[in-house]
Design a protein around this ligand. Structure first.
Ligand code: SPV
Ligand code: MN
Length: 660
């Protein structure tokens, strides 16, 4: 069901109580010095002015600071973040910020969609009736900025002028949030009105850290009001909970693409990267993976890195699928980031090149060096982290060792600090043409490392079927869960609506060059593929990502044939052998290939059964998904009857074809 815009009470406007532009302007100006008054005069959108005025009336700051994103304002942000203690200096001119121990990831149980009566949302999301949210916001936000400065930021989700970009206003009292936003989003201060005009809308975000403390963590809330494209965040600082352009507005952007863009746009939890293929051609890949499953590392394997978290896609008039990254920086997990697996990122993080970096929730040693689990150096003996002093052997109250850094500790830096970032293309409103779409999860025992859908419907179903082990990005999450399109935490509406829009997009006649759609999985374990029972060692290495992406690059350009199987097209051994050698100089054995690409029919069938059952709970689910699941299951059962439950590539060729 289409989310109805401007339905119900707009909470901030109602609580602020201002109804005229004049009143709003007067109140805003009364909190501005001359410089800020002048900066604010650039903004003409009446809707924006009224809404900002109401935010001021609600939060009652002492004064207002307008972020024009000038060099002086960027420096002002850095300075004030240090002055107010939200950040402190570490080595290499970098800074560090600590979130509360309870606020180390997205607070999923305290995150809600504000809904009107009878509104459908995803069965996997939490909702709260508008009036309940209204009362909580009133309690938490009224006068919350007394004695503080309100910072007003005008940022864009995407390059200014891009078809799928939408401007946003972010209001916050946190300088850490402003500083992070400066690094992560292009400014649209100068072009705000024009962007509102072009996009037809803007997102509005309010954050206050309020009376922040561990004792008050129960008061933390992250609210998304879909009807008014407005977010409210309070009593927390973790960027995923507070820098609402990221996941808060991504959710609105998903609504926008799903319901309002004629099925010509998608808003995805995907990296974007380019691979250079034979003859120097460049092929762009957009890939979905759940939080904490290696999206950043995968993106940086490309020769032309564009983005590591989000993708706004659209069908261009020339029939290509194009994508922009709504961000210009990285808010990346540092756990296991080291020189071997992430050489470009490490150059920036370790000060080999000049870069502006904000660390969060890492360990800082006495000499100011940021340290984290898996950074590749000799572990430190002591330091301080978000829990205070840390020393080797420190245990919690249950006697469990406390790691030196949180598994979701992060680094925030500009894309331009990464050697293979293609800044020219990343900032181009025309986007990059996408020829490969990938979907991946943290799957230890079921799907092969790479397989390609035979058509758009099957491609959408690969995305619908992602399963993944929980990661540290969500507070309190555990177990293996469904992660449809790796976008599930950010899909506000029913999954059936989202699926229908994906099917319409990828089957559109307007697309002249259909991207290939593939599953990717580099989390298979030795134990699950006939090795030592229970071994969780990876069947392969982190650097194998490059050959998998390179094979897809070749496949998208028609250079390689494949095996036609029940689940899609699989690579041939000889092609992979050559690609492994060429890209990472690795001898790829046929034995390893057979482990990687044998189909484990029982596991795949179990997965199909689980997904079928889950989607049967969704109202109005497009029937094609059930048709595909049942056809795949039938084909796998036939294979199993003939060959047993593990079917080798040679056997797949025997019944299929190696010429697909
Ligand atoms: C993720 O968890 O997917 C992130 C970081 O990209 S957050 O901002 O928390 O969403
Ligand atoms: Mn993410």
């Amino acid at each position: 069901m289409k989310v109805e815009l401007e339905k119900g009470v707009d909470i901030v406007s109602d609580l602020g109580g201002l109804t005229s532009i004049e009143e709003a302007k007067k109140l805003i100006e009364s909190k501005c010095d001359d410089d800020n008054k002048k900066k604010f005069s650039t903004i003409k959108s009446e809707k924006a002015i009224l809404k900002i005025g109401n935010a001021v009336a609600l939060l009652q700051p002492d004064n207002i600071w307008i972020n024009s994103s000038s060099e002086a304002d960027l420096q002002n942000t850095r300075d004030r973040a240090i002055e107010n203690g939200e950040e402190f200096k570490v080595v290499n001119g970098h800074t560090c910020h600590f979130d509360l121990p309870e606020d180390q990831g997205r607070l999923v149980t305290q995150t809600f969609y504000i809904v009107n009566d009878d509104e459908d949302i995803s069965v996997l999301a939490k909702k709260e009736p508008r009036q309940v949210s209204y009362d909580t916001i009133k309690d938490g936000m009224t006068g919350a900025m007394k004695g503080r400065t309100m910072n007003i930021n005008f940022w864009n989700r995407g390059p200014v002028g891009a078809k799928a970009a939408i401007p946003a206003i972010m209001i916050t009292d946190s300088l850490y949030v402003v500083h992070s936003g400066n690094i992560l989003y292009p400014t649209c201060y100068e072009s705000f009105d024009a962007e509102v005009e072009r996009a037809g809308t803007f997102f509005f975000n309010l954050h206050t850290y309020a009376d922040l403390s561990s004792e008050n963590i129960d008061k933390a809330r992250i609210y998304m009001d879909r009807s008014w494209q407005t977010t409210y965040s309070m009593y927390c600082t973790y960027a995923g909970n507070t820098l609402m352009l990221k996941k808060g507005n991504h959710r609105f952007h998903v609504d926008d693409a799903t319901y309002y863009r004629n099925f010509e746009q998608l808003s995805e939890h995907m990296f974007i990267t380019g691979m250079t293929g034979p003859g120097g051609r460049k092929t762009f890949i957009a890939g979905a993976a759940p939080s904490g499953c290696g999206k950043t590392t995968t993106a940086m394997v490309g020769t032309d890195f564009i983005g590591d978290d989000l993708a706004q896609m659209w069908i261009e008039d020339d029939g290509t699928v194009r994508a922009v990254n709504p961000e210009i920086g990285i808010f990346g997990i540092v756990k296991d980031v080291n020189r071997e697996g992430d050489p470009f990122l490490m150059k920036a993080l370790r000060g080999d090149i000049e870069a502006e970096v904000i660390y969060s929730n890492v360990l800082i040693t006495e000499d100011g060096t940021p340290r984290w689990e898996g950074d590749g150096d000799e572990p430190p003996k002591a330091g301080k982290n978000f829990q205070g002093e840390w020393f080797e052997g420190k245990t919690d109250k249950d006697g469990k060792p406390i790691p030196m850094s949180h598994p979701n500790s992060r680094c925030t830096l500009y894309g331009t600090s990464i050697d293979n970032y293609n800044a020219k293309l990343a900032n181009d409103p025309a986007g990059v043409p996408v020829k490969v779409i990938t979907y991946s999860g943290r799957d230890s025992d079921t799907m092969p490392p790479v397989w390609v859908a035979k058509n758009a419907d099957e491609g959408v179903v690969i995305g619908a079927s992602i399963q993944s082990a929980a990661t540290a990005t969500e507070v309190g999450a555990a177990g293996v869960r469904r992660q449809p399109w790796a976008n599930q935490p950010f899909i506000p509406g029913p999954l059936a609506d989202y699926m229908a829009s994906q099917l319409k997009f990828f089957n559109s006649d307007k697309i002249k060059e259909k991207p290939i759609m593939a599953g990717l999985n580099y989390f298979l374990t030795v134990g699950a593929r006939g090795g030592e029972a229970g071994s969780t060692k990876l069947l392969g290495e982190k650097r194998d990502v490059n050959p998998w992406l390179s094979w897809l690059e070749r496949r998208a350009n028609g250079d390689v044939k494949a095996i036609d199987t029940a689940i899609g097209y699989l690579p041939l051994y000889d092609d992979l052998k050559a690609i492994f050698k060429e890209t990472i100089n690795k001898e790829y054995s046929e034995e390893l290939y057979n482990k990687h690409f044998s189909l484990y029919a029982d596991n795949i069938i179990a997965r199909i059964d689980l997904q079928t059952e889950a989607y049967q709970q969704e109202k109005d689910c497009p029937p094609v998904i059930f048709e595909i699941y049942s056809a795949q299951k039938k084909a796998l059962e036939e294979l199993k009857a003939k060959f047993g439950s593990v079917i080798s590539p040679a056997q797949l060729i025997e019944v299929g074809s190696a010429d697909a």
